[in-house]
Design a protein around this ligand. Structure first.
Ligand code: NI
Length: 191
């Protein structure tokens, strides 16, 4: 397994619409090796998720895993999930404000409005169907990763630039009130 380079904001590949993957392409050894590398790169960078175009490969594949993540200590755990051609359907009008960061946007965080309840459909890496509902903070994580595949970064969705901060100023000024807010959300949804 290889740790790949992560594209930083300004790289055109981050703004490309990633292409659907056929089941035949998915089954190829080179695609499966790429998925292993994508997951290894996410782990190496302590990411909660990583999309294929973030490693210069504009296909609709993303990995998500939250396991006591030091970058996001308040996030509920999510088992390693690799999604192929994922789509999102909001399940209600409810939204919440999520403080997000991104491995492709160094040292910046900001508040993004996300759907609180979604259904995610797609394929798993073995080609079997994936269909699951996600709520609360975990729903935000899926929306962030699937946005990448549409060429969107979280900063595109920051409506109040006053919320922008570095990782250090987040810790000093914004983390405690954010955790207080999301605690209620996590308690309500269990995720
Ligand atoms: Ni990101």
């Amino acid at each position: 397994m290889k740790v790949l380079d992560i594209a930083q904001i300004g790289e055109p590949v981050l703004r490309q619409l990633a292409q659907d993957l056929s089941k035949d392409e998915l089954a190829k050894a080179e695609t499966q090796t790429f998925i292993d590398d994508l997951v290894a790169t996410m782990h190496h960078a302590n990411g909660a998720g990583l999309a294929a175009n973030q490693v210069f490969h504009p296909i609709r594949v993303c990995a998500i895993e939250v396991k006591d993540n030091p970058r996001y200590p308040y996030k509920p755990n999510i088992a390693l999930t690799v999604l192929i051609n994922p789509t999102i359907e909001p399940l209600s009008d409810e939204r919440f404000d999520n403080y997000e960061g991104c491995l492709s946007v160094p040292n910046l965080r900001g508040v993004v409005s996300r759907h609180a309840e979604i259904r995610v459909r797609g394929l798993l890496r073995d080609g079997s169907p994936y269909d699951q509902q996600w709520r609360g903070l975990s729903a935000g994580t899926f929306q962030h990763e699937i946005d990448h595949l549409d060429g969107k970064l979280f900063i595109d969705r920051v409506t109040d630039p006053h919320t922008l901060c570095t990782w250090d100023t987040f810790k000093r000024h914004h983390e405690a009130p954010f955790i207080a807010r999301v605690k209620a959300l996590v308690e309500r949804y269990g995720s």
